[in-house]
Design a protein around this ligand. Structure first.
Ligand code: F6P
Length: 362
């Protein structure tokens, strides 16, 4: 039976989103279904309706492209949306408006591709009666209920390449190079790229660090003949006796969440004060989110897209696609949201890093 399905991408972009869109369109078209692309995340169905039809031709050539051809937004949260009334801004739940607009576009199901925030909205809309399927996305890899999210593998590749490049300049100048990477709540990017890139120190949000121990490790390495050190710091890392470093606070940002940033420079200043070494800082920022997806992310995104269409065919709404081992399966969106997939400070990966001689801040 012919169907019309809609897809949107929400939250921060990441490599592999276009592979998902292409996977959805190609497999849905094969079934004879129409696909509508909602532009700019939930923004595309909150105030007005920004929708366009997608077909094999419109998704041609996008597999290797970063970002999302649909656009995205990490601000338009229908559960807490700014509405101006009598010259004042009120933060309201506009879910009913979203459902009304969605019904107008004539689609029977919505595929919502996003991280924890987007999936929470998707779950809420599902509870209100919308036929929703979730697809997990985030370079931070902090979503529970899937072994890995697409975008993460590419980000780890970008950071690893940066660490390789920084090694040669750090070595030439006998410097400490502090590299700030993304990872708001979870330190996966810092940990895995740090291991892959031969870092000497890795600081994660899950392990509050002691600057005394960090400096001691750098000094010890120097005494052993290591004239330079590479320190990888997740943006959400913080000292045991301090707090996360915030660039733009909650109330000051145009969105609702606070923007992290600055821990790299903070750590660099601390290291500079407690060692004799010259220190430099690099903030990789959105470079980690941009550019072409790795083969792994193209394949995972494509498989997630195909699986989402299968779930719609089977009427399994309220489900989210997920990777478990080597298999793409599904789980409920409700199970996936709320708690995050964090690095286990006592887990095998952290212990292996320490056995490799990497200092993790403790
Ligand atoms: O959630 C992914 C993420 O990359 C975080 O690590 C980071 O804090 C955030 O997005 C930055 O988002 P924005 O695009 O709003 O700067």
């Amino acid at each position: 039976m012919s169907k019309t399905v809609a897809i949107l991408t929400g939250g921060g972009d990441c490599p592999g989103l276009n592979a998902v869109i292409r996977g959805v369109v190609r497999s849905a078209n094969q079934k004879g279904w129409r696909v509508l692309g909602i532009e700019d995340g939930f923004d595309g169905i909150i105030e007005g309706i920004k929708v366009r039809e997608l077909n094999r031709k419109s998704v041609s050539g996008i597999l290797q492209r970063g970002g999302t051809i649909l656009g995205t937004s990490n601000r338009g949260n229908p559960l807490n949306y700014p509405v101006e009334k009598d010259g004042e801004i009120h933060w309201l739940d506009v879910s009913d408006k979203v459902i009304e607009n969605f019904n107008q576009i004539g689609a029977e199901a919505l595929i919502a591709v996003g991280g924890d925030g987007t999936l929470k909205i998707a779950q809420h809309l599902y509870e209100l009666g919308l036929n929703v399927i979730g697809i997990p996305k985030t370079i931070d890899n902090d979503l529970k209920s899937t072994d890995v999210t697409f975008g993460y593998n590419t980000a780890v590749g970008v950071v690893t390449e940066a660490l390789d490049r920084l090694h040669t300049t750090a070595e030439s100048h006998h410097r400490v190079m502090v590299v700030e990477v993304m990872g708001r709540n979870a330190g996966w990017i810092a940990l895995e790229s740090g291991i892959a890139g031969g870092a000497d120190v890795i600081l994660l949000p899950e392990i509050p660090y002691s600057i005394g121990h960090v400096c001691a490790a750098i000094d010890k390495r120097r005494e052993r003949g290591g004239k330079f050190s590479i320190v990888v710091v997740a943006e959400g890392a913080f000292p045991a006796d301090g707090e996360v470093v915030v660039k733009v606070g909650k109330g000051e940002s145009k969105g609702e969440v606070e923007r992290l940033g600055g821990i790299g420079q903070y750590v660099a200043d601390q290291i500079s004060a407690c060692t004799a070494m010259e220190v430099r800082t690099v903030v990789l920022g959105h470079l980690q989110r941009g550019g072409s997806p790795s083969p792994f992310d193209r394949i995972l995104g494509s498989r997630f897209g195909v699986k989402a269409v299968d779930l719609i065919e089977q009427g399994q709404f309220g489900e989210m696609v997920s990777l478990r081992g080597r298999a793409v399966i599904s789980t409920t969106i409700a199970d996936a949201v709320g708690a995050l997939n964090l690095v286990d400070p006592e887990g095998e990966l952290v212990v292996a890093a320490e056995k490799l001689g990497i200092m993790v801040g403790r």
